[in-house]
Write a protein that binds this ligand. Structure first.
Ligand code: NAP
Length: 243
């Protein structure tokens, strides 16, 4: 069962391309007013224009690592719609700019810090900025876009080249997801992780085997969970991943 999207508002971070854009498209098709977050205004405006036919899709400038940008985005959404029902924390990077997937022995701490800034710390910044609005919704939903690589107990966490920095950032994101879910357990807000699978995007040089639309499906489902739905869990498709 899913909630009725009519009149509801969603924000997707990092939505100018890839999985985020597909999530924005899918939520617009369901009837949400979607704020398409992008740090680059030109790219964000172009992506929102491309999705115009899907529904009410509006660009919002959003650099998730900058507090001023996050607060401006909140102000814009509040003034335009006065509400937020769904927050999808999708923006993410695989490695620090100029770096690559490193083994633990190769990695340097500064690279880790850069990846954690986007994949972990920014999620806390964005979530806390928008939480007051989400708490006013009768079905606030937070979806953190994670990766099976973050689930230490999953076989799929260890495929391909080892990447301690990216994988551990998603492990931290999963942990944060559980902490928020527990802390918000007595409210209407549910918090879950969505692992999209191996998706063909810029992120992996388009080597993924899934389309962005396929990868987006799990986040779109979790964004619409009804009151009996889970909280504090991570899913790939319908399958709940272990930690
Ligand atoms: P992508 O095509 O590279 O898209 C990443 C998006 O995040 C872009 O819109 C990018 O904006 C944005 N972004 C990065 N840093 C940002 C920042 N500081 N502020 C605002 N936006 C920022 O990658 P993707 O594959 O769609 O990845 C989306 C999410 O899925 C990520 O969290 C990733 O970890 C996760 N994921 C992907 C796969 C996969 O196989 N592709 C698998 C598992 C999980 P710019 O265009 O401006 O750089």
């Amino acid at each position: 069962m899913t909630t009725d999207a009519h009149g509801k508002v969603a924000l997707v971070t990092g939505a100018n391309k890839g999985i985020g854009k597909a999530i924005a498209k899918g939520l617009a098709r369901k009837g949400f007013t979607v704020f398409l977050g992008a740090r680059d205004s030109e790219k964000g405006i172009a992506a929102a224009a491309e999705l115009k036919a899907e529904g009410d899709v509006r660009f919002v400038q959003l650099e998730v690592t900058h507090l001023t940008s996050v607060l401006s985005a909140k102000q814009l959404i509040e003034s335009e719609t006065g509400r937020l029902d769904v927050l999808v924390n999708n923006a993410g990077i695989g490695a620090a700019p100029g770096s690559r997937f490193n083994t633990p022995e190769e990695e340097i701490a500064e690279n880790m810090r850069a990846v954690y800034e986007t994949n972990v710390f920014a999620v806390v910044r964005v979530t806390n900025a928008f939480l007051p609005l989400l708490l006013q919704s009768d079905a606030g939903r937070i979806v953190n876009v994670t990766s099976k690589r973050g689930s230490l107990g999953e076989e799929g966490a260890w495929v391909g080249r080892p990447n301690m920095t990216y994988s551990s950032s998603k492990t931290a994101l999963n942990a944060i997801t559980v902490h928020y879910a527990r802390s918000l357990a007595e409210t209407h807000v549910k918090v879950n992780g969505a692992a999209p699978g191996h998706v063909a995007t810029d992120f992996n040089g388009f080597r993924g085997t899934r389309t962005p639309e396929h990868g987006a499906e799990v986040a779109i489902r979790l964004a619409q969970l009804d009151i009996d739905g889970p909280t504090g869990a991570v899913f790939e498709d319908e399958h709940q991943l272990c930690w």
